[in-house]
Design a protein around this ligand. Structure first.
Ligand code: B12
Ligand code: SF4
Ligand code: SF4
Length: 307
């Protein structure tokens, strides 16, 4: 490795930490050979359901060099969003990732800052992505040595569990690369598979996307298709397969002010949601991930609560 790449690598690791990222790993931008057949199989079985965007850009999704010209390196960061806050039992449930400010905005803003700071080394081109582009974020986290993919499909870290967002920064410079994570620490545990109310978790780490409560309550645009399975009280997303995971016993509360639980949203009752006007929702959902579902989606989801 030359001195310049080692210096930039060190800077990225130190600054990502200073910017509030909890983990940072770096991989060489390459074709994700092992993922290609898995993604193809997942799509061929229609596990993406109505998420048509998942079937687009197959080649780009497997190779970041097709997403950005001259892409040489993939910087992968993780940001903790765990919060011990629990909603009162009678309230419609919102998954933890949506407690605070929209993570797309938060993580992307900080990755842009990192890119900005890198300009002191000369002109470095980069593109930040957070759940916003055709790229297999969890596979890059594994490749960057941050953790393994659990049976629940989540990226898990031994010290910190899975309540983490993943962000990627593609760069046009060569860097020093981390060693991929090759071990699996799920062992014989099947707690997530046993607890999933819609049988969306297959034994081989595959998530049947269109069976997941998260898909039904957030991504599905049409009327919610009821099944014989229980939706529980989830109004937006679902945390069951993370809540039961033993690795999340080590979760520490996040220290990000922007992820402070939005009590105005989290304390809203079923009746208040049902009677809410578009104007009120427009104000309430500012900068919150719940905006994605729109008020019509939330009202649709409420019909299935408790079923
Ligand atoms: C589509 C999508 C969904 C869909 C489909 C879920 C799915 N598992 O594909 C739905 C709406 C259901 C969903 C739900 C959720 N999602 Co989502 N989702 C995505 C998105 C946009 C794409 C995922 C994707 O490409 N799926 C296609 C399949 C084929 O890929 P994959 O699940 O990533 O699995 C790959 C690797 O894990 C890999 N793999 C790596 N190593 C190994 C080893 C073996 C042996 C095997 C078999 C596989 C394997 O195999 C697959 C491809 O090869 C990503 C963001 C992104 N761009 O990556 C966020 C993302 C995965 N989601 C995220 C979150 C937080 C959630 C929820 C927790 C939200 C909630 N609380 O409701 C749930 C969790 C559901 C679950 N158990 O997975 C986070 C996950 C963070 C983490 N720590 O893992 C991501 C990364 C967004 C982000 N930037 O933080 N999601
Ligand atoms: S998020 Fe909920 S519905 Fe989806 S796989 Fe996990 S437990 Fe099952
Ligand atoms: S609940 Fe068990 S099997 Fe599922 S991801 Fe966690 S450790 Fe792995």
């Amino acid at each position: 490795m030359n001195r310049a790449s080692a210096q930039i690598t060190d800077f990225i690791k130190t600054q990502s930490n200073a910017l509030g990222f909890d983990f940072c790993g770096i991989s060489k931008a390459d074709f994700l050979e092992e993922d290609a057949p898995r993604l193809e199989d997942w799509l061929s079985k229609n596990y993406h359901g109505e998420m048509a965007y998942m079937a687009n850009h197959f080649d780009k999704r497997l190779d970041p060099r097709k997403l950005m010209d001259d892409c040489k390196s993939v910087v992968c960061v993780m940001k903790n969003y765990y919060s011990p806050f629990e909603q009162e039992a009678h309230l419609p449930k919102i998954s933890k990732y949506a407690y605070g400010k929209d993570y797309h905005k938060v993580v992307k803003k900080d990755l842009n800052k990192l890119l900005q700071e890198l300009q002191q080394f000369g002109e470095i081109k980069g593109r930040p992505f957070v759940d916003s582009a055709p790229v297999l974020e969890r596979s890059w986290a594994v490749k960057s040595g941050i953790g393994w993919v659990g049976k629940n499909g989540m990226l898990l870290n031994k010290r910190a569990g899975s309540f983490f967002f993943i962000g990627l920064l593609l760069l046009d410079v060569d860097l020093d690369y981390d060693t991929p994570f090759v071990t699996d620490h799920c062992g014989s545990c099947t707690k997530c598979i046993d607890a999933c109310p819609t049988d969306a978790i297959l034994p081989n780490k595959t998530i049947v996307g269109n069976q997941c409560i998260s898909y039904h309550t957030i991504e599905l645009k049409s009327e919610l298709i009821s099944s014989d399975k229980k939706w529980g009280d989830w109004m937006f997303g679902c945390d069951i397969c993370q809540d039961v995971c033993p690795w999340n016993r080590f979760s520490e509360p996040n220290s990000e002010a922007r992820f402070e639980p939005r009590l105005d949203i989290l304390n809203t009752t079923k009746e208040e949601w049902e009677q809410m006007t578009e104007a009120t929702f427009d104000v309430l959902s500012q900068a919150s991930p719940i905006r994605r579902t729109k008020l019509s989606g939330i009202k649709r989801n409420l019909k299935f609560i408790g079923k």
